[in-house]
Design a protein around this ligand. Structure first.
Ligand SMILES: NC(=O)c1ccc[n+]([C@@H]2O[C@H](COP(=O)([O-])OP(=O)(O)OC[C@H]3O[C@@H](n4cnc5c(N)ncnc54)[C@H](O)[C@@H]3O)[C@@H](O)[C@H]2O)c1
Length: 247
């Protein structure tokens, strides 16, 4: 018997954390919309899931474009008539830079890592409110609380905005049966932007849990979507392998 048979949209699911999440949710029984700006890779992931007995379809989305995000949600609703969960994972991972980044970098990061997650969420909420149930997961970053001499301030600002969205939306949507949470991943080590190689030894010395890979993040998403997550809303969930403490 399937542990979970909801319809789930995972953005940024062509690779990395999103791919792991899409595969794991499909293995639990979910019908997964594998959405990404890299459509060919999203198709490969969806095909691989279906060839191993799961249920998945690939969708193109550029989350930074409002019309594209809205179209994704409309297309999934047209096909399945409901969306049980939206995993807002797609985005540009931490980029180097600092306060001196140029304006294009700022615009791109905010459009993708903050507005992009909002456009998808805004488009899906009416259906979730009408069906009186839904789960929204934002994927932020532990970098928000850590910073760094060479991390994009636009990345940190955009990812911090997801915390505000989580707090505000969860307080407004629980009455409609929609639960909203935010993950704060630590460095996976094998997805996204790699840590500077000269920083790795010191990081590992100070963080004995090391790099987590995509699996712990995917496991946290499953916790939030399954019945285990029915009393968790407005949470900023620390899944950082010890990079963050006390929050
Ligand atoms: N890798 C880490 O250590 C780490 C740590 C903290 C947070 N995160 C966050 O986790 C999420 C996934 O990161 P990852 O490590 O899998 O990175 P990744 O770069 O491997 O994957 C990101 C995915 O998002 C897609 N994407 C990028 N721009 C898009 C757009 N405009 N529209 C739709 N899809 C788009 C990419 O095509 C890619 O498939 C990101 O939001 C990232 O910031 C990652």
């Amino acid at each position: 018997m399937n542990e979970y048979d909801g319809v789930v949209i995972v953005t940024g699911a062509a690779q990395g954390i999103g791919e792991q999440t899409a595969r794991d949710l499909a293995a639990l029984g979910a019908q997964v919309a594998v959405a990404d700006i890299q459509l060919d890779k999203a198709r490969d992931v969806a095909d691989s899931i279906t060839s191993s007995g799961g249920r998945a379809s690939a969708y193109y989305v550029d989350v930074s474009e409002r019309e594209s995000a809205t179209r994704l949600i409309e297309d999934v609703l047209t096909t399945y008539a409901r969306v049980d969960a939206l995993v807002n994972n797609g985005g540009i991972d931490a980029q180097g830079g600092g306060w001196w980044i140029d304006d294009d970098h700022w615009d791109t990061m905010v459009a993708t890592d903050l507005s992009g997650q909002w456009w998808c969420t805004k488009a899906v909420l009416p259906a979730m409110i009408e069906q009186k149930s839904g789960r929204i997961v934002f994927v932020s970053s532990s970098s928000v609380y850590v910073g760094g001499t060479d991390i994009s301030v636009a990345y940190c600002a955009a990812k911090a905005g997801l915390i505000g969205l989580t707090v505000a939306l969860s307080s407004q949507l629980e009455q409609h049966g929609v639960l909203v949470n935010c993950l704060m991943p630590g460095p996976t080590g094998d997805t996204g932007t790699p840590m500077n190689s000269d920083e790795v030894p010191e990081y590992l010395e100070r963080h004995p849990l090391g790099f987590g890979g995509a699996q712990p993040i995917s496991d946290a998403v499953a916790y939030l979507l399954l019945p285990s997550g029915k009393w968790t809303s407005g949470s900023i969930l620390n899944v950082s392998g010890g990079r963050l403490r006390g929050r």
